[in-house]
Write a protein that binds this ligand. Structure first.
Ligand SMILES: Nc1ncnc2c1ncn2[C@@H]1O[C@H](COP(=O)(O)OP(=O)(O)OP(=O)(O)O)[C@@H](O)[C@H]1O
Ligand SMILES: [Mg+2]
Length: 1019
């Protein structure tokens, strides 16, 4: 720690101390000061500073000037007669004050007396010291410091901070809850504390640990992530939940505090946001070792007022011995006397003076400090001959002391100039900490004038203090100030009339709006709050919608829904003409968030409401948007309604003059019919044409996800794969979990058709594991996994997966897992010769009364029909088989799906083998083979080639038989080799009768071929 005059520069914790007081300094300003102090013996040029502190970015040298100005202000260093920083015009700066080193441990040795200016609180300091001791022994500690406003909570934390700051390796990080918008920003104080830490650590161990263990947190600090890391990180965190975010930071903190201790201070928790509370609760409840001391401060009375759940949480934690409370009482008379002694060197006060101050302040430290300051200002206490004296009698003092702190603050305020009052009034609206830039319109003064006046107030210790020069979100640099105490702000704010308040809030909101273009900035919550207080409810709701999106980005979905709930509350205050439009927007947003996290019923409900409301208000476009969205959750819970909604949207859009929206509905309606009704080439043409239109209108920007699902049904597997892969990258940037899982599912299906079963399985398993880790329901992926098992001929495995899905009671309809389960059961029964059972299972899948419609239900029904033919052939019911084959073939040929068609030709060839009908067999094989020449389809190819081999043997055409055998064999090996060598599914696939009999042909025949052919029933 460096020391100069009364200042100490704590380079470990990045703070500057003036005596016992922490001096606010922006992080970059701190870095500039540190650089100058560390090179105190020489002149430092602007270029050198720029190169050292902004190595890879261009920064205007003017910025340095601003920071130097800020540092001077913080140090109280006059420019004309500098004591600390000397400017050499056009050359640079030099730190001129003598710099010493504070010997490590010196402060620690001073223990609880470190905070010289703090009186009393020995007990509290000893308690904190004890808790730190336990934390150092890896017993995590959570401590709440509580007490009324101004009692001295922050002072105690500061004193403790100072007293322990020099302990080796001890890191102290602090986060501050902020009144108003802060309580609505998820993890506000935690992100602040960790933000300082990671930036100080300069990408060191903390960043590495976050990258490894808490990617959901690292992603919140975009500047720390390298471009090449971002993609992997997005993929890793996709679909994360609040639970995961909390768990990750707890685990990361445990790793980071395994060796090196950490004190995490969260101030003013009476304004805490719900996500930080989750964090707090989790830290307290986890039992693993951690050298962690978490200190939270709050005012109990404010907690009751705001009905914060922190009250119950604290009680519960304390009850279970998971947290402690240090409750600060008011100062006693001896403490007041000590205060006088410390602060008024050689004070010569009459007896009873301490008692008088004690009585008037009631022992509230803030009141006490203010009473005395006020007396000094008014000359009642003054210095004479090196000693402080009371200039009037005690009796004269009595009536001059205001009765409450509010009155005292009020009286002080009245003594200020009209401009100063105007500035402070504006500032009280802007918040605890404010920038000159922000209030320059509301205070109706030039920024320079505001800055001079703020400087004057700060110097006279009135109301505010300097908070450094900081860059604003719009890139401007502006001086910041903060209220010396939140109570000052509260008093000033309270005394504004409602009309003035609303006016100032509105002006401020309009000024701050410059930050929020294009509406995706963090400030949206703050803006929403100012607009609400400024009674512009429409704008407030618009920014609440943005704020809800931001919360979702932090996986704080509950906060997001809460924010939108608040927006709904405000709707009644919006002018009637906009009311329904805004409400529709909010409801759609609620639907989006519920859909994104998998709450299908809630999502559908919100969209239904939005659509109905828009219809009532004749808001065509809004109604269409809500209906388009509605089709998505309905596709998973009620497919008839999904088709209906899509078609309704299509009809309504026809009368609107919005070509893009029109094209979207023209894509969706046929897609919905193709997914949920049956395949019609006409629908495929319709959506392809609409897709071309939208590409033309938007330059190809419209997401192509329907293609990823529908291309495989037209044999375009590679395109489907490419689109799904692109889609995964795109969707990764949003937090729409369901859309993400669906796209992963589409990718797996494309891989599966291409015979890359092993890759598909790997993808599905990894994604299922990730989703489960995140607490998401990977239902859509499990369906695909079961599908994959059927393709790999593991029918028992597929059945088990489906049964587990049905048992899990996930809230999704069970039609789809039941259908796949029966399909698998039918195949298993067929293999074992239980033909009646097999028939029954396949018929269940086909019967729409037993198996209601689901996504691509017709595809599965068709597969089950192939099953029926196989059973009929195996049980030698040739007549029935012929009839069924004919119908099935027609049905398959009515689709565009080459996979289904090849399989249909395959069962048709089987029938020909059974009937010894050479012509029909030849035709079926020729047609099937022609399709295989156009489409890469190994999963269907090996089956057709296997049957063709059988057919040509029967026809004694050894050459053709051999050709088909080789082809079948190569497809089988491709599929088998796509699995990892030790993957059990590979063995199951290779062991299946139908596969084995083909592969065994490679071995020189030991058994006559015709005998082998009869072995087992093929599937
Ligand atoms: N023990 C003390 N000794 C000397 N001065 C004190 C003491 N406690 C508080 N003060 C003075 O009182 C002022 C108010 O105290 P502080 O800000 O710590 O209160 P607080 O409890 O944190 O209030 P809030 O709830 O509003 O955050 C401080 O600026 C400090 O100067
Ligand atoms: Mg405080």
């Amino acid at each position: 720690m460096k020391q100069f005059h009364v200042f100490r520069l704590d380079t470990v914790n990045h703070c500057l101390w003036r005596g016992e007081e922490r001096v606010s300094l922006a992080p970059k300003a701190f870095d500039v000061l540190r650089y100058l102090v560390e090179h105190a013996d020489r002149l430092v040029t602007q270029d050198e500073i720029l190169n050292a502190l902004w190595p890879e970015t261009y920064v205007n040298p003017e910025v340095i000037k601003k920071y130097i100005l800020g540092i001077r202000k913080a140090l109280g260093d006059p420019r004309d007669k500098p004591e600390f920083i000397e400017t050499f015009p056009r050359r640079g700066y030099q730190f001129i004050a003598p710099v010493g080193e504070v010997i490590s441990g010196a402060l620690a040795g001073r223990g609880i007396n470190a905070a010289r200016k703090m009186v009393g609180r020995e007990g509290a300091m000893a308690e904190l010291d004890d808790y730190l001791g336990q934390a150092l022994n890896s017993l995590r500690q959570v401590v709440f410091i509580t007490g009324e406003a101004g009692i001295g909570k922050t002072t105690l934390v500061d004193a403790f901070h100072q007293a322990v700051a020099n302990r080796p390796n001890l890191r102290i990080i602090r986060g501050q809850c902020v009144e108003g918008f802060g309580g609505k920003e998820a993890y506000y104080p935690v992100l602040e504390a960790i933000g300082h830490w990671v930036r100080e650590a300069g990408g060191g161990a903390v960043v590495q640990t976050l990258a490894k263990q808490a990617p959901t947190w690292l992603i919140q600090f975009p500047s720390l992530i390298k471009a090449d890391q971002r993609e992997a990180l997005q993929k890793e965190i996709h679909g994360a939940t609040r639970e995961r975010m909390v768990r990750e930071i707890c685990e990361a903190l445990e790793t980071l505090t395994a060796q090196e201790p950490l004190v995490l201070v969260l101030e003013d928790l009476h304004w805490v946001d719900p996500s930080t509370l989750d964090f707090l609760s989790a830290v307290a409840r986890r039992r693993g070792p951690a050298k962690l001391l978490m200190i939270g401060t709050y005012r109990p009375a404010d907690l009751i007022l705001s009905k914060s759940p922190l009250k119950a949480l604290k009680q519960d934690l304390v009850l279970h011995d998971l947290a402690r409370e240090v409750c600060l009482e008011r100062l006693g008379e001896p403490d007041v006397a000590e205060y006088l002694e410390i602060h008024f060197a050689n004070g010569d006060f009459p007896r009873g003076f301490a008692n008088l101050i004690y009585r008037h302040s009631g022992g509230n430290a803030l009141f006490l400090v203010n009473i005395l300051l006020d007396m000094v200002k008014r000359g009642l206490i003054a210095q004479a001959d090196g000693a402080w004296k009371l200039k009037v009698t005690l009796e004269d003092v009595e009536p001059r002391v205001p009765e409450t702190l509010d009155q005292l603050i009020e009286a002080q305020f009245q003594q200020l100039s009209a401009e100063e009052q105007r500035i402070l009034r504006s500032a009280s609206v802007a918040g605890e900490r404010f920038s000159v830039w922000a209030i320059s319109t509301t205070a109706e003064l030039e920024p320079e004038t505001i800055e001079d006046m703020c400087e004057g107030l700060a110097e006279r210790l009135q109301f505010i203090k300097a908070a450094g020069i900081n860059a604003l979100a719009n890139g401007e640099i502006s001086a910041h100030y903060e209220f010396r105490h939140s109570l000052y702000r509260e008093v000033l704010y309270r005394r504004l009339s409602e009309v003035t308040r609303a006016k100032l809030h509105l002006q401020l909101a309009q000024r701050l709006q410059a930050f929020c273009d294009p509406c995706e900035q963090e400030q949206s919550t703050e803006l929403a709050l100012h607009f609400e207080a400024g009674r512009n409810f429409e704008e407030a709701i618009r920014y609440l919608i943005v704020a809800a999106k931001n919360a979702a980005r932090k996986f704080a979905y509950r906060d997001s829904i809460e924010i939108l709930g608040h927006a709904l509350e405000l709707i009644s205050q919006v002018s009637a003409s906009h009311r329904r439009e805004l409400k529709t927007q909010v409801l759609v947003q609620i639907g989006d968030i519920q859909y994104a996290v998998g709450n299908m019923d809630d999502s559908a409900q919100a969209y239904e409401k939005a659509a109905a409301l828009a219809a009532e208000a004749s808001l065509g476009a809004a109604q269409v948007t809500a209906l388009i969205r509605l089709a998505h959750p309905m596709g998973l819970i009620d497919v008839d309604r999904a088709v209906e909604a899509a078609e309704q949207a299509d009809q309504i859009s026809a009368s609107l003059n919005d070509p893009i929206l029109r094209a979207r509905t023209q894509i969706l309606a046929p897609c919905a019919r193709l997914y949920y009704r049956s395949w019609r080439s006409r629908d495929a043409e319709l959506y392809t044409a609409a897709k071309e239109t939208i590409d033309r209108l938007t330059g190809g920007l419209y997401p192509e996800m329907h293609y990823a699902h529908l291309h495989p049904l037209q044999g375009r597997y590679r395109e489907a794969l490419r689109i799904a892969e692109d889609g995964i990258l795109k969707i990764s940037e949003t937090s729409n979990t369901v859309a993400y899982l669906l796209t992963l599912g589409a990718k797996a299906v494309a891989l599966m058709h291409l015979g890359r079963l092993g890759e598909a399985l790997h993808l599905l398993r990894a994604a299922i594991e990730r989703a489960e880790k995140n607490g998401n329901d990977p239902w859509v992926l499990k369906i695909r996994e079961a599908w994959l098992h059927t393709v790999a001929l593991d029918f028992t495995g597929a059945q088990e997966l489906c049964e587990a899905m049905i048992r899990s009671n996930s809230g999704y309809p069970t039609g789809q897992p039941k259908a796949i389960g029966w399909f698998a059961a039918g195949n298993a029964a067929l293999l074992e010769g239980r033909h009646d059972e097999a028939l029954q299972d396949f018929r269940r899948v086909i019967d729409e009364d037993v198996t209601p419609k689901f996504f691509l239900h017709w595809y599965w029904r068709m597969q089950a029909r192939f099953g029926v033919v196989k059973v009929l052939l195996a049980s030698e019911k040739i007549e029935d088989a012929r009839k069924e084959t004919g119908e099935t073939l027609d049905a398959a040929l009515s689709t565009d799906d080459p996979g289904l068609q090849v399989l249909a030709w395959e069962v048709s060839a089987r029938l020909a083998v059974a009937e010894k009908d050479a012509k029909a067999g030849e035709k079926s094989i020729r047609n099937g083979t022609a399709l295989l020449e156009r489409f890469e389809l190994p999963t269907a190819a090996w089956r057709l080639d296997g049957t063709a081999w059988e057919f040509y043997q029967q026809a004694k055409n050894e050459k053709a038989a051999e050709t088909h055998l080789k082809r079948a064999e190569s497809c089988i090996l491709k599929i088998a080799n796509s699995f990892a060598p030790d993957e059990p599914l590979r063995a199951t696939f290779l062991a299946a009768d139908s596969v084995r009999r083909i592969l065994e042909e490679r071995v020189p025949a030991r058994v006559p071929r015709h005998q082998k052919l009869r072995r087992g029933t093929t599937c």
